[in-house]
Design a protein around this ligand. Structure first.
Ligand SMILES: [Zn+2]
Length: 325
C-alpha cells in the first residue's frame, strides 16, 4: 500500500497507513512522516511523592513533577490508568506544556526531578527525550516509569538522559505478556539490562494478579533473574492488584500472597524487597541487608524516618545502594 510508514520505536513495528496511528494511538502517519501528536500536550500533570512511582532508593522523601500524555503500546487488561492510556489523544483534555515549560514548572513547584509516568513514556518518546535533555541541562533529574517495551536503539538514546527508572516486569512468562498485555517478555528483559548497563538507577515492579502470575516458582524465577542480570541491590516491588478495566473478575491480591512473594525474593538473594499498595506493611521499610537495622521507615508514600548515614547503615556502616542526594 502506498505511503505506509513502519514505526521503529517498539517491537510491534506497526506499519501505519496515511492518517492512521500505530497501536499506541498517538504516533500518526502525516504525509509519510510519523508524528507523535501528543508532543507538548500532557493529559496528566501532578506533583507526587517519589515513593509513589515507586522509587524507594532514589531521593527519598522528595516531591517529583509527574507528567503523562495519552497512549500506550501495551493494552493490559488490568490497566489502572486505562482512561488515559487507552484513549485517543483527541478524546481527552490536555494541557499545553512544551518541553521547556516542563522544566520551568517543575522548578517552580520545588521539584528536583521529573517523572514521565502514568501511561507509557516510551510512546511519547520525543516529548520525554526533549524534556529530559532540557532538565538535565538545568540540573533536574529524570525518572521513567515504564513497561520497557521498546527497541534497544531508542532505549539507549533516552537512557543517556535518564537518572532512574521503575520498570515493570509484569511476569516471568511470555504467555502472560501475550495474553494480558499484548506484548512479549524478551524485549522487556533487554530494556532492563540496557538501563542497568547505562548506569540508570533501576527498580523493578511486579504487580501480582491472583491465579495469573502468583505462582511462587515463577516469582522465584523472576527474583533470581533480577539478581543474576541486574544485581542483588536492585530493589523489587511486589504490588497489589485491584480489579479494574477488563479484569474485574479477579479478587485483589491477598496480603499473604505479597508476603510470600517477598520471602521468595529475599530467599533468591534480592537485598531490598518491597510490598506496594498495602499501607503499614513492613514491606514498605528499608532494612540494612547486613544486620536488619531499620533504615527508612515508610507508611504508604510517606517517609516517617530516614536513618541512613552517609548512604549506609548507622549501626554497621554497610553501604545501601541508591541515589540518596
Ligand atoms: Zn547494618
Amino acid at each position: 500500500m502506498r505511503g505506509l510508514v513502519q514505526c521503529q520505536l517498539c517491537p510491534k513495528a506497526c506499519r501505519i497507513a496515511p492518517g492512521q496511528s500505530g497501536e499506541c494511538r498517538i504516533r500518526i502517519n502525516v504525509d509519510g512522516k510519523l508524528l507523535a501528536v501528543t508532543h507538548g500536550f500532557p493529559c496528566a500533570v501532578h506533583v507526587d511523592p517519589i515513593e509513589k512511582k515507586p522509587l524507594f532508593h532514589f531521593l527519598p522523601g522528595t516531591p517529583i513533577f509527574s507528567i503523562a500524555t495519552a497512549g500506550c503500546n501495551l493494552h493490559c487488561k488490568n490497566c489502572q490508568n486505562w482512561e488515559i492510556s487507552q484513549a485517543n489523544p483527541e478524546d481527552i483534555q490536555a494541557y499545553d506544556l512544551p518541553p521547556e515549560r516542563v522544566v520551568e514548572v517543575a522548578r517552580a513547584k520545588g521539584c528536583t526531578s521529573i517523572a514521565y509516568t502514568y501511561t507509557e513514556p516510551l510512546v511519547y518518546y520525543e516529548y520525554a527525550l526533549e524534556a529530559s535533555t532540557r532538565a538535565r541541562e538545568a540540573g533536574i533529574r529524570n525518572v521513567l516509569v515504564t513497561a520497557g517495551y521498546v527497541n534497544p536503539a531508542p532505549a539507549r538514546k533516552l537512557f543517556e538522559v535518564t537518572d532512574a527508572a521503575n520498570i515493570d516486569l509484569k511476569a516471568m512468562d511470555d504467555g502472560f505478556y501475550r495474553n494480558v498485555c499484548s506484548a512479549t517478555l524478551g524485549p522487556v528483559l533487554d530494556t532492563l539490562v540496557i538501563a542497568k548497563e547505562m548506569g540508570v538507577w533501576v527498580e523493578v515492579t511486579n504487580l501480582i494478579i491472583p491465579t495469573l502470575n502468583d505462582d511462587p516458582a515463577m516469582i522465584h524465577r523472576l527474583a533470581k533473574w533480577v539478581v543474576d542480570n541486574l544485581g542483588a541491590d536492585t530493589p523489587v516491588h511486589f504490588s497489589r492488584f485491584s480489579p479494574r478495566f477488563k479484569m474485574k473478575n479477579l479478587p485483589p491480591t491477598p496480603e499473604s500472597t505479597l508476603l510470600e512473594a517477598r520471602a521468595e525474593a529475599l530467599d533468591a538473594g534480592v537485598h531490598h524487597v518491597y510490598i506496594g499498595n498495602v499501607p503499614g506493611s513492613e514491606g514498605e521499610t528499608t532494612f540494612c541487608p547486613a544486620d536488619g537495622t531499620r533504615l527508612i521507615h515508610r507508611i504508604g508514600f510517606t517517609v516517617k524516618s530516614n536513618e541512613l548515614t552517609a548512604g549506609g547503615c548507622p549501626v554497621c556502616g554497610t553501604p545501601v545502594a541508591g541515589v540518596w542526594e
